[in-house]
Design a protein around this ligand. Structure first.
Ligand code: EAX
Length: 326
């Protein structure tokens, strides 16, 4: 009996391996936000496209609404290959690789076309490549969008109006420094933040227009200013540990599909912005549409000479990106 079993063993092993291979590729993908959010739109589109293109050989399970933690925690799980992919806001990458401070730099891009040209081009590719140092395979950029300030204290038209406001920021030294330079009191806090705003733990926050709508901030924030102070991309990433186990054809399939999902999402996000602004005003938000942007710019101009840009690698790329955009 024992003999017969040991003769069967290699066969059994081969069968198990064959079953595993035909079972295909299962991707766990994390986003912190809830359905309808910018990150989720990329994730949903990616799932739809890749499952149909691979005839179901690749499947995607989306973990959303903080079900597997905040964005920093999702990134840690991607590093370990506990989950394989994520659509993550640029800010929280800051603690994993300070190079992302370059693309989140204040008042960097003048419009969407310029953001796309840089991020889809050679400079964006350098950022994506750099993330390998932290265990991420950077695939492409989708978007959160241009960030705007909301608060519950007062209408903000010029930097002096920001003085002393308690503003929630992402887990990012760069975002914190921006608001310090503007005279606010920045408080890093993970997403989501509705309760903290509602209870007055913080006076305000900054995010793109879709956030104020999807997360109903119009219910709890009176004032909004179209500061557009930071263009906030998402970085669509995979676990490098996992990526290195895949063959070139699968790399190509994932890469082209996530890029298509990103392009789809960026376009949709931009098309909806004017309707969102109208909606938020209808809901009673008081909006300063043309703040004194040059004064805001001047106040944060010194940020490139602060400690957070002293790493020569980061500094060098910042200089080249500034040359390409200004
Ligand atoms: O997309 O934490 C943040 O402010 C992000 O922008 C959030 O994930 C919403």
């Amino acid at each position: 009996m024992r003999k017969a079993l040991s003769a069967l063993l290699p066969l059994l092993l081969i069968t198990v391996m064959a079953i595993e291979a035909s079972a295909g590729i299962h991707i766990k993908l994390g986003v912190v936000t809830k359905p309808g959010s910018a990150q989720n739109i990329v994730a949903d589109k990616f799932k739809e496209l890749i499952e149909s293109r691979s005839n179901g050989n690749v499947t995607v399970k989306i973990f959303h609404s903080k079900s597997i933690g905040n964005e920093t925690e999702i990134l840690q799980q991607i590093q370990m290959n506990t989950i394989q992919m994520g659509i993550i806001t640029g800010g929280p990458f800051d603690t994993f690789d300070p190079i992302v401070r370059v693309i989140n730099y204040p008042f960097l891009f003048k419009d969407h076309a310029q953001a796309d040209a840089i991020l889809d081009g050679a400079l964006g590719a350098e950022i994506l490549k750099s993330l390998e140092r932290a265990g991420f395979k950077g695939l492409c950029f989708s978007e959160n969008g241009f960030r705007n300030l909301t608060n519950n204290r007062r209408a903000v038209k010029r930097p002096e109006d920001v003085e002393g406001l308690k503003i929630r920021v992402m887990a990012s030294a760069m975002h914190k420094t921006i608001w310090q330079q503007l005279g606010a009191n920045p408080t890093p806090m993970p997403w989501p933040i509705y309760t903290e705003l509602e209870q007055g733990v913080i006076d305000g926050q900054e995010n793109p227009l879709w956030v104020m709508e999807v997360y109903k901030f119009y219910e709890i924030q009176d004032h909004m200013t179209l500061t557009r102070h930071v263009y906030s991309p998402h970085i669509d990433v995979a676990s490098l540990l996992w990526w290195n186990t895949l063959d070139p054809a699968t790399h190509e399939l994932i890469r082209s599909t996530i890029y298509e999902a990103a392009v789809y999402q960026r376009k949709l996000n931009r098309e909806k912005n004017s309707a969102r602004l109208a909606f938020l005003k209808d809901q009673g938000m008081r909006v300063v549409e043309t703040p004194e942007i040059n004064a805001f710019r001047a106040k944060v101009a010194g940020i490139k000479d602060t400690d957070i840009y002293q790493d020569p690698r980061v500094r060098d790329l910042l200089i080249r990106v500034l040359e390409a955009t200004q």
